[in-house]
Design a protein around this ligand. Structure first.
Ligand SMILES: Cc1cc2nc3c(=O)[nH]c(=O)nc-3n(C[C@H](O)[C@H](O)[C@H](O)COP(=O)(O)O)c2cc1C
Length: 215
């Protein structure tokens, strides 16, 4: 334990992968998100579409990783169990923070957004495209609630498999998508000697205003 404590104190490297210049940055932050996602995918990073989603409930923030499934003008899409901890948090407070981190690209994106449930036909469409085992898993998992044992989860899987045998698995009404509508983006590109580039886009009426922050 002492060793790891000493080691973490001194882990450091310089960030030199790329630069971010406001004169070359697109007017619309969605275009830059697309560009950075594309580069993360091209670089064959693991889980290039994963982001940390932070919610707040009763003034207590909580964070977990989820997968981005679409990023379009209307918002950023992700899917989950509506009765999960995050689902309950979002019922009480639909303001979230989103954080993408691509370590190999020395890049981070911070987003503030307002979240609403996705239209149910879009959730149906996405659910239908998932592998059958994931569809069964969605039915079996009472996500974030107390589970007696691994064996009881496996029993539920067997039960649900036989319930839907020989037919398509319908989307459970407790599972579906959310659309996060951003009002603020910060694109962070690590630079040498901790002098990073930070470009912020803030929504002002129909326009995005851009500014640079001190690192
Ligand atoms: C790489 C990765 C991707 C994940 N993707 C999702 C996802 O798309 N949807 C989801 O509900 N949980 C996903 N999870 C699991 C969540 O991080 C979390 O454990 C789960 O959603 C329960 O969170 P909650 O109790 O805060 O609701 C993912 C975890 C990791 C590490």
């Amino acid at each position: 334990m002492d060793k790891v404590r000493k080691t973490v104190k001194h882990i450091r490297r310089d960030f030199t992968y790329d630069t971010l210049d406001e004169n070359e940055a697109p007017k619309n932050p969605l275009d830059l998100l697309h560009k950075w996602l594309e580069e993360a995918i091209k670089a064959e990073l693991k889980e290039p579409n994963a982001f940390v989603l932070s919610t707040v409930n009763n003034a207590q923030p909580d964070s977990r990783v989820v997968l981005l499934r679409d990023a379009r003008e209307e918002g950023l899409e992700f899917f989950t169990n509506y009765s999960s901890k995050k689902g309950q948090d979002l019922t009480h407070n639909n303001l979230v923070s989103i954080n993408f981190f691509w370590v190999e690209l020395d890049r981070q994106i911070r987003i503030h957004a307002k979240v609403d449930r996705l239209a149910s036909h879009l959730s149906d469409e996405y659910f239908a495209s998932r592998p059958r085992a994931s569809q069964i898993g969605a039915w079996a998992s009472n996500q974030s609630h107390k589970l007696k044992s691994r064996a009881s989860l496996e029993d539920r899987i067997t039960e649900i498999e036989s319930k839907f045998e020989g037919q398509d698995v319908p989307r459970p009404d407790f599972w579906g998508g959310y659309l996060a509508v951003p009002s603020y983006y910060e694109f962070w590109q690590g630079r040498a000697s901790r002098l990073h580039d930070r470009i912020v886009y803030e929504q002002m009426d129909d326009n995005w205003e851009m500014k640079r922050l001190y690192p």
